[in-house]
Design a protein around this ligand. Structure first.
Ligand code: ADP
Ligand code: MG
Ligand code: ZN
Length: 487
């Protein structure tokens, strides 16, 4: 028997909170981490007879996302009721979208290993409200109970659904990280997975290589990190492969991932759309987006990470690696360009050294302290001054490192540190000549070797001068001066 080869087919559904101050249908605050049931009112707790009013900003943020993900926008769109019964959903239906979502048909380009790029198509983006949160208290057998917190009920969410274009857990991980970065650049969501502001359900099936139609899928839930999504998919591929190879059948179901055992287990068999009894939401009129509204949002679109990376390479001549690190967070890219703004015409020549100082020194220190660049103790104009001091030969690269350490610890400007510690580089030829003459007198052995044709012996003489000057002599001038004296 020839064994068939199987391939994985993956589609992801990402739910992410939209960055609005108030909830989607009422004026309650969306602030995270408040005491339970503080941010609630009759609307978001589903009292009968109340009327929801749509938060326009939530629509705007979704449209902005749609533009960033190259989606088409439905100028005419409707909200829909999706029914299910669970105590975290106070109305027993969720206001969501079914037919005519706000956006559809987009794409995200993700980098693959080896430098190629793959487009993951976006099927749709729709608007909906989040549910509350249940806390299950496990007491005695008689007293097991659950508590409900409605602070999160009615927080605006968007759901971003891909086509089943993803073929490996690694690609899924890459897609999620790319998507998160774009949403952060667009400032539409905080994307904080630990706070549940960015959640991902992963759909996965297997099919024999070469087959076009899709196999039966399972939907995985309860992953709290992008790595969790990758691990859950890896486990599920193994599980489904074993089921199929042993002659079994995959059943369409929702499975829960458990990070502590790194396995998935059945939660419920999958519901079908008709189970939800979708119908158009009668309390909110269909959304008609005006051209002015769409154009106003378009003006809010900033340069996205991919474009910014390419610009850093073409405008500043940075390597792909450096440009990648600098654009890996919007705040790092902003910090870098703010440093460069302190340079005028020398911007292009300053870019590479500024990038180096940020990537190796600053990010290195911040990483050790578990801080991000927003908490950097060095102001951008001070890092720029440090680089200027090196480029203008006021201090050597070696001294600059110790000045940098002091800047990082104290937040002071490099000028004041250099003055305080008397670290200005010695370039004065008379002073250097004197130091060189002393070094020659004290190192007859090296002088003899140099004169006997051993060019490299000059190195130990330069070292002697640097030591005498406590690292402050300009090494190029010292080198030339020694050669001049000895010739
Ligand atoms: P459902 O109705 O079960 O929610 P959708 O058609 O809305 O299914 O798709 C949900 C997600 O699952 C999408 O990201 C889609 O690409 C993906 N998907 C759909 N069918 C499959 C399949 N057979 N295997 C893997 N992923 C799939
Ligand atoms: Mg779906
Ligand atoms: Zn409310």
């Amino acid at each position: 028997m020839i064994e068939k080869k199987y391939e994985a087919v993956i589609g992801l559904e990402v739910h992410t909170h939209l960055k609005t101050k108030s909830k989607i249908f009422c004026g309650c605050s969306t602030e995270f981490g408040q005491p339970p049931n503080i941010n609630i009112c009759p609307i978001c707790t589903g009292y009968p007879g109340v009327l929801p009013a749509l938060n326009e900003r939530a629509v705007g943020l979704l449209i902005k996302t749609a533009m960033g993900l190259n989606c088409k926008i439905n100028g005419h769109s409707v909200l829909a009721r999706k029914h299910y019964f669970y105590p975290d959903l106070p109305k027993n239906f969720q206001i969501s979208q079914y037919e005519l979502p706000l956006a559809y048909d987009g794409g995200v380009e993700i980098p693959l290993e080896g430098g190629s790029i793959k487009k993951i198509r976006i099927k749709r983006i729709h608007l909906e409200e989040d549910a509350g949160k249940l806390l299950h208290a496990l007491g005695s057998r008689e007293l097991d109970y659950s508590l409900v917190d409605y602070n999160r009920a009615g927080v605006p969410l968007m759901e971003i659904v891909t086509e089943p274009d993803i073929t490996t857990p690694q690609e899924a991980w890459q897609y999620l990280n790319t998507l998160k970065l774009i949403l952060e650049y667009l400032e539409v969501s905080e994307c904080n997975m630990e706070e549940g502001k960015f959640r991902c359900d992963a759909n996965i099936s297997l099919r024999p290589v070469g087959q076009i139609s899709l196999g039966v899928k399972t939907e995985l839930k309860n992953m709290n990190t992008t790595k969790g999504v990758r691990d859950a998919l890896e486990y599920e591929i193994k599980r489904q492969t074993e089921v199929i190879l042993s002659g079994g059948e995959i059943i369409q179901e929702t499975r829960l991932y458990d990070a502590s055992t790194d396995t998935t287990s059945p939660m419920r068999t999958k519901e079908e759309a008709h189970d939800y009894r979708y119908f158009p939401e009668p309390d909110i009129p269909p959304l008609e987006l005006s051209e002015e509204f769409i154009e106003k949002i378009r003006k809010e679109i900033v340069e996205l990470p991919g474009e910014r990376k390419r610009r850093f390479m073409s405008e500043y001549g940075l390597s792909e690696y450096d440009a990648g690190v600098l654009t890996s967070e919007k705040s790092i890219a902003d910090y870098f360009e703010s440093c460069l703004n302190a340079f005028e015409k020398e911007k292009a020549s300053a870019a590479k050294p500024v990038a180096n100082w940020i990537i190796t020194e600053l990010l290195g220190e911040l990483n050790k302290d578990k801080k991000d660049i927003k908490g950097a103790p060095i102001k951008t104009e001070n890092l720029a001054s440090l680089v200027k001091l090196i480029l203008n030969n006021i201090i050597s690269g070696k001294i600059a490192k110790s000045v940098f350490k002091e800047m990082y610890l104290t937040g002071k400007s490099p000028d004041s540190i250099i003055k305080e510690k008397n670290l200005v580089q010695i370039t004065d030829e008379v002073a250097i000549k004197k130091l060189c003459e002393d070094a020659i007198e004290e190192n007859p052995g090296a002088v003899k070797e140099y004169r006997a044709g051993k060019e490299r012996a000059i190195g130990s003489l330069v070292g002697a001068v640097m030591k005498k000057s406590q690292g402050k002599a300009n090494p190029n001038i010292v080198n030339d001066m020694l050669k001049k004296i000895l010739s």
